[in-house]
Ligand binder design. Structure first.
Ligand code: ADE
Ligand code: ZN
Length: 339
């Protein structure tokens, strides 16, 4: 089997994908028409031509503006369902999904509308597509800690629909410490914790120190710059923390898929995983991320398999389910070896 076919065939986990980042231009147009919203572009192609991002803030401006088309529960259902159909077609068997409720409540869309639409699609996908998912509520770090706390309170009636909380949006001047109280509260509710430490951000090493020592996260989103500090690498390895790296997303910031860094992490025995982040904007879902990474870094089969298995090792699964998923990976490899 060619390595590309192996990538496409292996059962995979995705742990870093923003549902709002899966909003395809065609779906934007369909929802805009349904909801009577003017997009300011004549076609999906014209909309894509206006995607002009080179760093996190320039991406976020476009990302938030596009969300105006998401209005009612069915819109959130459709957004989630279309991502999960795509994910299933790429042999993703397990996904942990981020959503940004503050980006919707701030526009007058209720928390209940958002989470009910997403949940209904998760349930349907489990039944009809056989894909298992968990949901992670992300707080927007450029909003206040008080707003984050208010949204955690809105989420409490839906506690059982969530597996964890995360932190995303503009990192500049918004350190992890700003959210220490709300993350402590989330932990007390039994939720897992993760935070973005995006690539090449100001004070990134101090931000990573805070997520490890002051917040006590269960995973780090991105975290590529940890390689600049032996102490951080050691702490991440010793705690067994997963790092959800997003190669194609990185390319918009550092002009590389960070294949060298990903290989270094593998060599240091850090639990690095491959993910798509905002696939509709970066034009790459999970398989495209793996294929592009493999091509840039010349990764061999053993490295690809390790990255795929790491996805399940870093997942917030109980041990029986983790073992069952990893056995599915080994079963495909055994079939391939026998052919
Ligand atoms: N929101 C969506 N994608 C993001 C990213 N890569 N970093 C921070 N916030 C985000
Ligand atoms: Zn992200």
């Amino acid at each position: 089997m060619q390595i590309r076919e192996l990538i496409e065939t292996l059962p995979k986990a995705e742990l870093h994908v923003h549902l709002e980042g899966t909003l395809e231009p065609e779906l934007s147009f369909a929802l805009a028409a349904k909801n009577g919203i003017a997009l300011g572009y004549d076609s999906p192609e014209e909309l894509v031509a206006a995607y002009d991002f080179h760093d996190l803030p320039s991406f976020l401006t476009i990302y938030y503006a596009a969300m105006n088309v998401l209005v009612d529960e069915d819109d959130f259902y459709r957004l989630t369902w279309e991502y999960l159909e795509k994910a299933a077609s790429q042999n993703i068997v397990y996904a942990e999904l981020f959503f940004d409720p503050q980006a919707h409540t701030s526009r007058g869309v209720s928390f209940d509308t958002v989470i009910r639409g997403i949940r209904r699609a998760q349930d349907d996908a489990a039944r009809k597509l056989g894909i298992e998912t968990g949901l992670i509520l992300c707080f927007l770090r450029d909003m206040s800690a008080q707003s984050a706390m208010e949204h955690l309170a809105l989420a409490e009636p839906y506690r059982d629909w969530l597996i964890g909380v995360g932190l995303d949006s503009d990192e500049k001047g918004n350190p992890p410490r700003k959210f220490a109280e709300v993350f402590a509260r989330a932990r007390s509710l039994g939720l897992k914790l993760t935070m973005h430490c995006d690539v090449n951000q100001d004070d990134t090493l101090e931000h990573m120190r805070q997520v490890l020592e002051e917040i006590g996260v269960d995973r780090i989103d991105h975290g590529v710059n940890s390689l600049e500090s032996d102490a951080l690498c050691t702490a991440i390895r010793e705690k067994g923390l997963g790092l959800t790296v997003c190669p194609v997303s990185n390319r918009f910031v550092v002009q590389s898929l960070t294949s060298r860094e990903i290989r270094s992490m593998l060599e240091k025995d850090m639990c690095v995983t491959i993910n798509s982040d905002d696939p509709a904007y970066f034009d790459a879902y999970l398989n495209e991320n793996f294929v592009a990474l493999q091509e840039e870094g010349g990764f061999g089969e053993a490295e690809i398999v390790r990255l795929v298995l790491n996805g399940f090792d870093a997942a917030w699964l109980d041990e029986p389910r983790r073992t069952a998923y990893k056995e599915r990976v080994h079963a495909v490899l055994a079939t391939e070896a026998a052919s």
